[in-house]
Write a protein that binds this ligand. Structure first.
Ligand SMILES: NC(=O)c1ccc[n+]([C@@H]2O[C@H](COP(=O)([O-])OP(=O)(O)OC[C@H]3O[C@@H](n4cnc5c(N)ncnc54)[C@H](OP(=O)(O)O)[C@@H]3O)[C@@H](O)[C@H]2O)c1
Length: 365
């Protein structure tokens, strides 16, 4: 009997050790990585499915479009910049066996909620159904609460939260009629934790988390409709160029300038237009070097694994953000203590004009 207990304890210890080793090397939560290794493959699950991706004109949405095209999904791609969407469509056609009609470019402003019903009908008219909606469009924030106008908070909530749930409402009506579909929302690790310089952004992503966790519980009569939340940590994209800052005029000015100029020129013009080097350093970070962030293709791949396997909440991130997610979930008191320390460094980085998260990553230069 004693040897059996010993063997069981040894087995449990070994299993724990294996999990710890897996976790140390992980770039996603362990359920997700398990699904990646042993679960359903996106290539089988998503081929021939109609997938509508918002925020497809750059970053994560753009990469998702390429990977979906390669694996044979039919695509509706949306954002405000139609020329960028046409560029994405062209590349999708080059790298896949899809034909012209298999990709619908649909200009969409998430903040123009009155247009969402017509947009949904356009996708339905073109493809006859929507299998998967990927709510990806959104913008982040870099500004301290004390410096930030309330208008900015309004705009973040309008875009990231209300825009997303408005589109979801129209698409969900269709999915409920069909009794099947997947609503995928790109939230963030900021939807799980709190961090300085992103009070409004965190609030909008927490709102999405709360909304979709609740919506899922309202859909139990529709077991074939899944609600999936994707929570990435820092990922290579245009997100820093597009952030909201202290006031809306400044945020959109930076946005326009960043679209027009690259690298050093971008920073120079931002400084020139805002008339203050200090302001510029505080309002825009050097986003040229993104090597400390997760590559976009890895984030998109893990997102598609989550969709294929109906992983309800997927954390896609390198350490230390992944570790902080676990702490935030299972030991919040430690997480608060740690975040106060990490947060201080984040604010210092931001004030000196480098990426707020640059100094935490194992991959930094
Ligand atoms: N990159 C990260 O580190 C990271 C981490 C966690 C979560 N996320 C989330 O991932 C999503 C995609 O961000 P990203 O990193 O790929 O950033 P990105 O490169 O800036 O892409 C953002 C996308 O959202 C679209 N968008 C912005 N405002 C819009 C509006 N009013 N209506 C419709 N579309 C709009 C943009 O297109 P247009 O400008 O053409 O409209 C663009 O296609 C966001 O929800 C973001 O919060 C990103």
């Amino acid at each position: 009997m004693a040897w059996l207990c010993l063997a069981l304890a040894g087995g449990a210890l070994l299993a724990l050790l294996v999990q710890l080793l897996r976790w140390r090397r992980a770039d996603g939560d362990l359920t997700l990585l398990w699904a990646e290794k042993w679960g359903k493959k996106p290539e089988h699950e998503l081929r021939g499915k109609v997938v509508w991706v918002t925020g497809a004109s750059s970053g994560i949405g753009e990469e998702l479009s390429y990977q979906l095209a390669k694996l044979g999904a039919l695509l509706a791609i949306s954002a405000r910049r139609e020329d960028e969407l046409q560029r994405v469509k062209k590349k999708c056609l080059q790298i896949s066996s899809l034909s012209e009609n298999d990709i619908l470019v649909l200009r969409l402003d998430l903040t123009d909620r009155s247009s969402h019903e017509a947009a949904t009908n356009s996708v339905l008219k073109h493809f006859g159904k929507i299998d998967v909606l990927v709510n990806n469009g959104g913008r982040s924030q870099r500004s301290l609460f004390v410096d930030t106008n309330l208008d900015v908070y309004n705009a973040i909530i309008e875009l990231n939260y209300l825009g997303t749930i408005s589109l979801t409402k129209h698409v969900l009506n269709h999915m409920i009629q069909r009794k099947k579909g997947k609503i995928v929302t790109v939230s963030s690790v900021m939807g799980i934790m709190g961090a300085p310089l992103a009070t409004g952004y965190c609030a909008s992503k927490h709102a999405l988390q709360g909304f979709f966790n609740s919506l899922r519980t309202e859909l139990t009569d529709y077991p074939e409709i899944s609600v999936i939340q994707i929570c990435p940590g820092p990922v290579q994209s245009q997100i820093i160029q597009n952030v909201f800052t202290e006031n809306l005029a400044k945020s959109s000015k930076i946005n326009v300038l960043c679209c027009s100029f690259g690298g050093e020129a971008r920073i120079f013009w931002t400084q020139l237009c805002l008339g203050s080097a200090v302001l510029a350093a505080q309002s825009i970070e050097n986003s040229g070097d993104q090597s400390h962030k997760m590559p976009t293709d890895r984030c998109a791949r893990l997102t598609l694994v989550s969709v294929a396997n109906d992983v309800q909440e997927a954390w896609i991130s390198d350490h230390p953000y992944l570790a902080v997610c676990y702490l935030w979930q299972y030991a919040p008191t430690w997480a608060w203590w740690l975040m106060n320390r990490m947060g201080k460094r984040r604010i210092q980085n931001f004030k000196s004009g480098i990426d707020a998260d640059a100094s935490y990553s194992r991959k930094k230069k």
